[in-house]
Design a protein. Structure first.
Length: 221
């Protein structure tokens, strides 16, 4: 477990759970908690231990937000549901890809895995969705380009804006049904958020507005 800021932790990812997992973030508010992404499910026990180490009660975690449909972010849903009562939230396009399981756009073959069917309980499309957590609100934003139904999330913490931008870096690939033009527009939109902290899926946590902007700009043509 690693602390990102007040009420935000990294509870999964390389060195924390399985090396094939993308980062899994935990956000706690006064009225509940939410996980952002689920990893591959190859070491859900480690994720559980990290949540407990963070001091968050398992029964307060009400939601699991999936930022997109790729196996390293979403295949762990069934394993997490074994010990958490979760409402899984994702973009509608992401939900449609995840429902049957065996869809090449999940990139499961890149990891030598079979993607399990994943049921999404609550979906949204083109309008941001808010998840109230009591004293703070997590806002989910459509973020097209990397994959069908990609999203990012923002959170205000002590006057700072935290951006959960899983896979800001891409990749952009035909098998994933990526859209390079949309991704470039999405990257430019991220700059307008002026985030103070970026929680990325594979590059870890980046701090400082200039550093976050510089990271995003690396991928703009």
């Amino acid at each position: 477990m690693r602390t990102v800021c007040e009420g935000v932790w990294t509870v999964g990812g390389p060195e924390l759970s399985h090396d094939s997992d993308a980062a899994i973030y935990l956000v706690e508010g006064s009225a509940g908690a939410v996980l952002i992404d689920a990893g591959t499910g190859r070491d859900a026990d480690a994720v559980q231990r990290n949540i407990i180490t963070a001091g968050v009660s398992l029964d307060t975690i009400r939601h699991l937000v999936l930022t997109h449909c790729h196996v390293d972010h979403a295949a762990g849903v069934p394993s997490l549901r074994a010990f958490l009562e979760l409402e899984v939230v994702a973009h509608t396009a992401c939900a449609e890809i995840l429902a049957p399981g065996a869809d090449p756009r999940t990139a499961a073959d890149w990891y030598g895995m079979t993607m399990p069917p994943v049921w999404v309980d609550r979906s949204f499309e083109d309008v941001p969705l808010t998840l109230p957590l009591g004293d703070r609100v997590l806002v989910l934003h459509p973020w097209p380009g990397h994959s069908p139904g990609s999203i990012v999330a923002t959170l205000g913490v002590a006057g700072q804006r935290v951006l959960f931008g899983q896979d800001v870096h891409g990749p952009i690939h035909r098998q994933l049904q990526s859209d390079h033009t949309a991704w470039q527009a999405s990257l430019r939109w991220l700059l307008t958020l002026e985030a103070d902290i970026l929680c990325e899926g594979h590059y870890g946590v980046i701090r400082g507005q200039n550093e976050v902007a510089g990271f995003i700009e690396r991928f703009i043509d």
